[in-house]
Design a protein around this ligand. Sequence first.
Ligand SMILES: Nc1ncnc2c1ncn2[C@@H]1O[C@H](COP(=O)(O)OP(=O)(O)OP(=O)(O)O)[C@@H](O)[C@H]1O
Length: 489
Amino acid sequence: MSKPVRVRYAPSPTGHLHIGNARTALFNYLYARHHDGKFIVRTEDTDQKRNVEGGEESQFSYLKWLGIKWDEGADIGGEYGPYRQLERLDIYKKYVDELLDRGLAYKCYVTEEELEKEREEQKANGQVPKYSGAHRDLTPEQQEQFEAEGRQPSIRFRVPENKTYKFNDIVRNEISFESSDFGDWVIVKKNGIPTYNFAVAIDDHLMEISHILRGEEHISNTPKQLMIYEAFGWEPPQFGHMTLILNENRKKLSKRDEHILQFIEQYKNLGYLPEAMFNFISLLGWSPVGEEEIFSKEEIIKIFDPNRLSTSAAIFDPQKLKWMNNQYIKSEDADRIEKLTLPHLIQAGKLPENMEDSRREWATELIALYKEQMNYGAEIVELTELFFQDEISYDEEAMAVLQDEQVPDVLAAFSEQLAALEAFEPDAIKGAIKATQKQTGQKGKKLFMPIRVATTGATHGPELPNSIHLLGETVVQNRLRAAIEQLTK
Ligand SMILES: Nc1ncnc2c1ncn2[C@@H]1O[C@H](COP(=O)(O)OP(=O)(O)OP(=O)(O)O)[C@@H](O)[C@H]1O
């Protein structure tokens, strides 16, 4: 019988959750859900120098925001937080002691300077630098001598000779390494903290991880982890090394590139929808059968198949993410989009925090007007600029529209028709446009474009009568007057 599916996402807390990390977490989550398995989270924090404040919090809180929930981790009062390797030092110690007792690991007192010297010599001889094993077979007396000198030992794993480490990777098929490529490697540093590869292997075994789906930069770590499995006689999990997500310059997305728009938090703050991001990220380096691209979470869980993981790197295309978010915004209900969007108008100082009811209704209508066009919440500020300006300027395209000879007549007639309206409402405004058509004999583009350009300053935009309604009578009449003046000067 095959083992129950148990997968994990195990970041180091060295920075904030980015699209690449999220993709790796998401695929593990999808794999777990698809197989009714468990998704576990763990913080790999043993490299303390690299840990950053808030890194762990960001890694996990934005997973939650994306809708990626985990089933297991450390118990933090009725809830699960991530397991943390630094809280598991006693566990690792037990396994280190066992390896020492069995002679599969040993204390090494070589100093950093000695190691550096050895590396330089190897390089000078054209060899690939690796630890020579100088302290492999120290006698107890030699060990005592080093201790007496005040040297701290690291603990190294005794790499077996002439062994091949092979695994059948879910994405890349068979991969193998020769043990001769490895020097005896450190499993516990001089400060007593285990190294990454050692702690990972122990944790993955104890947490009964069945499949390890992670980025391909971990391929070279796999043989070291296999050595640990072998030393304890444990059955290794199945590995799947996924291609990395690259930025537009074909560089790996990394937590340490803080200036790139790639962090989930940034997208949340810009007013992206978590479901759209979930959908978008699921298609980075994986594709279902067929052309369809919009899928609900449940659909993705159902069709997720790791055999369709790509073997070439996926490029993160922010334009495509915008497009996908727009698809979700369009089909989302107006209330939710208002909640996503209104804070951006307030933050930009376009609207006050506490609005009168009439202003609030106006804002609701304004946001609804742009729902089809909007790619993300914060974009509302630039999209609606014309509603918050007294005067508008015309770009070249708009100017060209206004140069047609019928334009002053159309604008004057429209201004008259508007003035005669009893209510300045979208339907009535539509009526005024029709009446202008009758009065001037102009129709189609020759009628609509001058009205649109003169009132909004742009050749494109949402529904014209609604836009005019939201601009309000005074602004519209002022703009029509200014345009006519400019054209008849
Ligand atoms: N660009 C990427 N594309 C896909 N997966 C990635 C990418 N970067 C990291 N991962 C995966 O995210 C998981 C967490 O990795 P890790 O914490 O090392 O993140 P990182 O962004 O590589 O950090 P750092 O840049 O600090 O090394 C790992 O499984 C790793 O393979």
